[in-house]
Design a protein around this ligand. Structure first.
Ligand SMILES: NC(=O)c1ccc[n+]([C@@H]2O[C@H](COP(=O)([O-])OP(=O)(O)OC[C@H]3O[C@@H](n4cnc5c(N)ncnc54)[C@H](OP(=O)(O)O)[C@@H]3O)[C@@H](O)[C@H]2O)c1
Length: 115
């Protein structure tokens, strides 16, 4: 059994990847920033793949501690991690990066670099 971790699997592309991996018999761990988003995604995935091995965990990829805890939770539940998908990120508005406010620049880089 392959164990996959997808950061930001509560919706969008990450959720779609989670569905695909589950259908192929993989154990899947997803994350998101809120308990409610994670719980509803896990419920929807479980409904779509009855008996699927799914773990959901609140983890903000901008926090190194959360990211480490996410890995540890997946490894503890499924015994190992075979594949880590750095999916969670934000897709900032178009325009020159240098024109963006510093707080936005920090947020974008925080997510991409600490993931
Ligand atoms: N869709 C596109 O056309 C496109 C094009 C180019 C690149 N991408 C990239 O592909 C990835 C997914 O795109 P998408 O369109 O599927 O995005 P999306 O629908 O906005 O979903 C983003 C996912 O990431 C999670 N997330 C966001 N910030 C997070 C954080 N700090 N920590 C943990 N989870 C976080 C969200 O969960 P919560 O809200 O529950 O936290 C959600 O599950 C992104 O990296 C995006 O930049 C997408």
């Amino acid at each position: 059994m392959r164990a996959v971790v997808i950061t930001g699997g509560t919706r969008g592309l990450g959720f779609g990847m989670a569905q695909s991996f589950l259908k192929r018999g993989c154990a899947v761990t997803i994350s998101g920033r809120t308990e409610s988003s994670v719980q509803s995604a896990v419920a929807a995935l479980a409904e779509g793949t009855p008996g699927g091995m799914i773990l959901g965990r609140v983890a903000d990829v901008a926090s190194p501690g959360d990211t480490t805890a996410l890995w540890e939770a997946a490894a503890e539940r499924f015994g190992h991690v075979d594949l880590w998908v750095n999916n969670a990120a934000i897709f900032p508005a178009y325009g020159k990066f240098s024109d963006r406010r510093q707080s936005r620049r920090k947020r974008s880089f925080g997510r991409m670099l600490s993931a």
